[in-house]
Design a protein around this ligand. Structure first.
Ligand SMILES: Cc1ncc(COP(=O)(O)O)c(CNNC(=O)CNC(=O)c2ccccc2[N+](=O)[O-])c1O
Length: 387
């Protein structure tokens, strides 16, 4: 089954939908049993899709979990109240005091803060590594290293990692490979075929696609699924069936939305490449993006999120550029149908394994589903204000 057909049909088995198209919202804490035998059976199979108790989820959750697991190519998917919760839940399901974590240097800022504050406080040591380190990762592996964490591309500076090489070396040293796979979404890369053990999504972004739900998913291979599922359950992670319904609903149009985001973004990026103010594009489909060769090899498409670096600028000129836009609004997040613009400062302070030249300002764009000519006109007017 091709991915376009998968996203329409997965997670719609009649055992969950009861015959309607979209799996209904089953809201529950308590689930009732007629007999002691029924209760014993549900308890025994509480981790295998039997209705047991609200925290384990109900048919709305089971349908969505099955769809994401199948799409990503894993055996099971755990749900979390946000992408960051999926990251912390996955890490805390496998790390303990005295362990060592290898974390990519261009990780999403709150992921770095998790490592430097909470994990450090638990006695878990983090070493950051260059996203383009490749086989060099071997030199950073210690006796107590347990997890190699990747985020590819990095959500601000967009470097793409050599996931297969990193995964191979990690497995030669018995590490668990976790990938923040949010940019690819579940349809534009094959994490488990690249050697990833746990693929993480901020469903908040493209899966939900409408900027109205916070949610995370972590999908595991056979080897780590039981531990991920049970440790996440012990930490009490669960999600609202209403949010899961909205995520399921978003999933059905993921393919067409991503294709339009990609088409619009490539047109905007190619236009930006002609602007005299622009130093270079950090769009994975462009050779100027570090790790572009890995995008070409490992991804089937791009999307609406990319960055570009200006030759020069300061707070005043960047403010003039990003404020008063007709269509590009300023806000955190990405992956909805709307266009967003983010002037990102202080990246150099968020790098400990690599350096970043902050003298050249970086702008991150999320290209939405508006008419792309309107978006280009908006940016053109922005550059008028900038200059
Ligand atoms: C790759 C990746 N992985 C995980 C998450 C977290 O998802 P969540 O927002 O559902 O928790 C995200 C969320 N991304 N959010 C953004 O890019 C915008 N948010 C921010 O920039 C932000 C928000 C709060 C605090 C700090 C930042 N920041 O990155 O500077 C992500 O991009």
């Amino acid at each position: 089954m091709k991915k376009e057909t998968q996203i329409v049909s997965l997670g719609r088995d009649k055992k969950w939908t009861k015959g309607v198209i979209n799996p209904p919202v089953f809201r529950a804490s308590t689930m009732l049993f007629e007999t002691m035998e029924e209760m014993r059976f549900a308890t025994k199979n509480r981790a295998n899709g039997e209705m047991f108790y609200g925290r384990r989820g109900g048919p709305t959750h089971f349908a969505f979990q099955a769809a994401i697991a199948e799409l990503e190519g894993g055996v099971g998917t755990a749900l979390y109240p946000s992408g960051s919760a999926a990251i912390s839940g996955a890490l805390l399901s496998f790390l303990k005091a005295g362990d060592h974590l290898l974390m990519v240097d261009n990780a999403y800022e709150p992921t770095r803060a998790l490592c430097d504050n909470l994990l450090a406080g638990y006695g878990i040591e983090t070493t950051y590594y260059d996203p383009l380190i490749g086989a060099g990762i071997k030199d950073l592996i210690q006796e107590n290293t347990k997890v190699l964490f990747l985020e590819s591309p990095g959500s601000i500076t967009m470097e793409i990692q050599d996931v297969p090489t990193l995964s191979r070396i990690a497995h030669e040293n018995d590490l668990i490979v976790m990938l923040d796979n949010t940019w690819a979404s579940p349809i534009n890369s094959r994490p488990f075929e690249m050697g990833v053990d746990i693929s993480i999504q901020a469903a908040t972004k493209y899966i939900v696609g409408h900027s109205d739900v916070m949610m995370g998913t972590a999908t595991s291979n056979e080897k780590y699924w039981d531990q991920l599922r049970e440790h996440s359950y012990l930490m009490g992670y669960c999600t609202s069936p209403d949010d899961v319904y909205l995520a399921s609903r978003g999933l059905r149009t993921l393919g067409v939305r991503m294709a339009q985001h990609e088409k619009n973004a490539l047109k905007v990026a190619n236009w930006l490449a002609t602007r005299p103010e622009v130093d270079h594009l950090r769009h994975p489909a462009f050779e100027s993006c570090p790790g572009h060769e890995f995008f070409e090899r490992d991804f089937s498409a791009s999307n609406g999120l990319f960055s570009f670096v200006l030759k020069e600028g300061n707070l005043k000129s960047i403010t003039a550029l990003v404020e008063n836009m007709a269509h590009f609004k300023m806000g955190f997040s990405w992956g909805g149908y709307e266009s967003l613009i983010l002037g990102v400062f202080g990246i150099d302070k968020l790098r400990t394994a690599t350096t970043w030249d902050s003298s050249k300002p970086l702008i991150r764009l999320h290209i939405g589903l508006e008419n792309v000519d309107d978006l280009i006109a908006d940016l053109e007017a922005g550059f008028e204000r900038f200059n």
